[in-house]
Design a protein around this ligand. Structure first.
Ligand SMILES: [Mn+2]
Length: 338
């Protein structure tokens, strides 16, 4: 179910999709469950509706999510010369987040932006941005239903993957009832959730767990234990036999928030090529999106990130100092309110 006030935006998109013959569907770099789930779910439904569909992920499809991935032409080259009727960009706050540059004739090729990130720049000709949706998969499920597009157990498997991962198994703060309505629609198809649960609950590698162990042994607490910080250098990852993918797969970002008094975390880490990354997480109302945006990144109020081609220590110094300010400001504001 879509929020009623958005029906107009939804209907414009639905009629554009119905009129289109060839459609390219892409999402963001380093794809997570919602990026892979929303793209693959939409691709499968549009294929079943008889459209010529192509997909794009510069980084490819992670092995752990390959069980939802359909037979489809996959673009990986960063420059796309598009002759498609539509380019649909999912789960991405701006078009650069896809890692692609699109050369197109805007008269022929329409760009549609479907997302739930609060930092979305409304970059499409048509935009459907619902920051109250738990996942882009939730929006896609509702759009498919409203448009009468095919939504069988195969499509539902993809969409359920993103709905479960982005909502943190329906545990996000401020979760809207539409997340559960979307889940109900998907389950009604007869979908078997076992492959999703297997991937999420036992899909970790040894390296992922080593990184988790490193994180649990090396994090620091700041701001009266309200902020957890962790720096993982490339040399640490090498010693653990891990690469950067294991930092994301380790679950350490959210695990640091399981400490009783800790309401925010920042993990700063480094890729082989020297690009450094920050991932921010928070609960209880601390806004980490503001910090990510100030550092050139984006995301959601409770979960956001940024990256820059500078040494990890430099990025860490900036991220930790901004996070300390953000956490201290949150608590001093609370004291004033009390
Ligand atoms: Mn998402």
């Amino acid at each position: 179910m879509l929020p009623v006030e958005r029906n107009l935006d939804a209907d414009k998109i639905i009629s554009r999709v119905k009129a289109a013959t060839s459609i390219l569907v892409v999402a963001h770099l380093r794809p997570d469950g919602d990026a892979i789930g929303s793209v693959s779910g939409l691709v499968k439904s549009l294929q079943k509706a008889g459209k010529q569909v192509e997909a794009g992920f510069v980084d490819g499809v992670p092995e752990r999510f390959s069980f939802v991935w359909p037979e489809v032409k996959l673009w990986r080259e960063p420059e796309i010369k598009s002759e498609h009727d539509l380019i649909m960009i999912l789960d991405s706050g701006d078009a650069d987040r896809t890692g692609f540059t699109f050369s197109r004739n805007p008269e022929k090729t329409c760009m549609i932006n479907i997302d739930h990130h609060a930092s979305n720049t409304m970059f499409g000709e048509l935009n459907y941005v619902d920051t109250g949706a738990a996942a882009t998969c939730e929006i896609i499920a509702a759009l498919l239903e409203r448009g009468g597009f095919p939504l069988d157990a195969d499509v539902a498997l993809s969409l359920m993957l993103g709905l479960i991962t982005d909502s943190r198994s329906f545990q996000n703060e401020g979760l809207r009832h539409t997340a559960h309505l979307a889940a109900a629609s998907l389950l009604k198809t007869g979908l078997n959730t076992t492959p999703i649960l297997n991937t999420l609950n036992s899909g970790k590698s040894e390296a992922d767990l080593r990184v988790q162990g490193f994180g649990l042994s090396n994090f620091k607490l700041e701001c009266n234990r309200h902020l957890a910080t962790l720096v993982i250098k490339q040399s640490d990852l090498k010693a653990l036999g891990a690469n950067m993918g294991s930092v994301f797969a380790s679950g350490i970002f959210n695990l640091l928030l399981s400490i009783n008094e800790t309401l925010a975390s920042v993990v700063i880490f480094e890729r082989e090529d020297g690009v450094s990354f920050c991932e921010f997480r928070a609960r209880g109302g601390i806004n980490v999106k503001e910090v990510a945006v100030a550092m050139g990144g984006g995301g959601h109020v409770p979960a956001s990130g940024c990256s820059r081609a500078i040494p990890v220590d430099e990025l860490a110094a900036e991220a930790i100092s901004l996070m300390k300010k953000q956490v201290n400001a949150f608590f001093s504001h609370q004291e004033q309110v009390i």
